[in-house]
Write a protein that binds this ligand. Structure first.
Ligand SMILES: *Cc1c(COP(=O)(O)O)cnc(C)c1O
Length: 237
C-alpha cells in the first residue's frame, strides 16, 4: 500500500468509528452492536498493528499466502484474525489453526474440509456462509435459494459452527441499488434466524465495505469490512 502516514490511519480510524456510530444510532443500535473489521490485504503488519493499538480488534485477510507470510508479525493479543476471501479446499489446513472465523464458506465440500482439519486440532471453527446476493456468475457465494439446504447439511457436521452470513454485493455506483441488495440480504438473514435451524446461529451479518458500510448498517449489517477507507488505496505489486 501507499506510504500513508500513521497519522492518516489514525484520522481515518476515528472517522470510520464515528460514521459507524452515526449509522448505528439511526437504526436504534449502539456503536458496540457493530463490529468494525479491517480488511488488511496489501497492508504491512506494522501499519495493521498501529491500527490495533488504536483499538481495532478485528482484522481480515483474503489470501492464504499473504496471511501466512504476515502471520508472525500481527499483534493478535487483543485482536481477532479472520479469513474473508475465497478459500480453496486444499489450503484450509494451512489457516485453520490461525483464524478465529472463516467468513467465506459457500460449499459443503469446503465446510467438510474445515471441519476435518478442525477436528484434527481438537477445535470447532466458526464460519459464516457467503451468499451471492447479486446472483453473479463467477462470483463466490451460495445462491439464496440454496442457502437453507446448505445450512442444514453443514449443521450436521462436527468441528464447524455457523455464526451467520456474509455477502459481497455487485459493484454499483448507485447507493439506492446497493441498499436494495443489503436489504434483501437482511431479509434472508431474518428468515433463516426465524427458522431456528438446529446448531445454526444467526448472530453475524457481515456486509458493507469502504464505499457503502454506512448504507449496510442502515439495512441491518452488524459487521462491516473496511479496507481502503482506513489504510488508503491499495497498490498491488
Ligand atoms: C478488500 C475487501 C474488503 C474491503 O474493501 P474496501 O473497499 O477496501 O473497503 C471487504 N471484504 C472483502 C472480502 C475484501 O476482500
Amino acid at each position: 500500500m501507499t506510504a500513508k502516514s500513521l497519522a492518516d490511519v489514525e484520522y481515518n480510524y476515528k472517522l470510520i468509528n464515528e460514521r459507524i456510530a452515526q449509522a448505528a444510532q439511526k437504526v436504534g443500535k449502539k456503536r458496540e452492536d457493530i463490529t468494525f473489521l479491517a480488511a488488511t490485504k496489501t497492508v504491512d503488519p506494522d501499519t495493521i498493528n498501529y491500527a490495533v493499538s488504536l483499538g481495532l480488534d478485528h482484522i481480515g485477510e483474503n489470501r492464504v499466502q499473504e496471511l501466512l507470510s504476515k502471520y508472525d508479525r500481527y499483534n493478535l493479543d487483543e485482536c481477532s484474525l479472520q479469513f474473508i476471501g475465497h478459500l480453496q479446499t486444499n489450503k484450509v489446513r494451512q489457516i485453520v489453526d490461525k483464524v478465529d472465523l472463516i467468513q467465506s464458506v459457500d460449499s459443503l465440500k469446503l465446510a467438510k474440509e474445515i471441519a476435518k482439519q478442525s477436528i484434527k486440532l481438537n477445535k470447532t471453527t466458526d464460519i459464516l456462509v457467503e451468499v451471492n446476493i447479486g446472483r453473479e456468475e463467477n462470483k463466490s457465494g451460495v445462491y439464496p435459494e440454496n442457502l437453507e439446504e446448505l445450512l442444514c447439511e453443514i449443521s450436521k457436521i462436527e468441528g464447524i459452527s455457523v455464526k451467520g452470513l456474509m455477502t459481497i454485493p455487485p459493484i454499483c455506483d448507485n447507493k439506492h441499488k446497493i441498499s436494495k441488495y443489503f436489504h434483501n440480504m437482511h431479509n434472508i438473514f431474518i428468515d433463516i434466524s426465524d427458522k431456528k435451524l438446529d446448531n445454526i446461529s444467526m448472530t453475524i451479518l457481515s456486509m458493507g465495505m469502504s464505499a457503502d458500510y454506512y448504507e449496510a448498517i442502515l439495512e441491518g449489517a452488524n459487521m462491516v469490512r473496511v479496507g481502503s477507507s482506513l489504510f488508503g488505496e491499495r497498490i498491488y505489486i
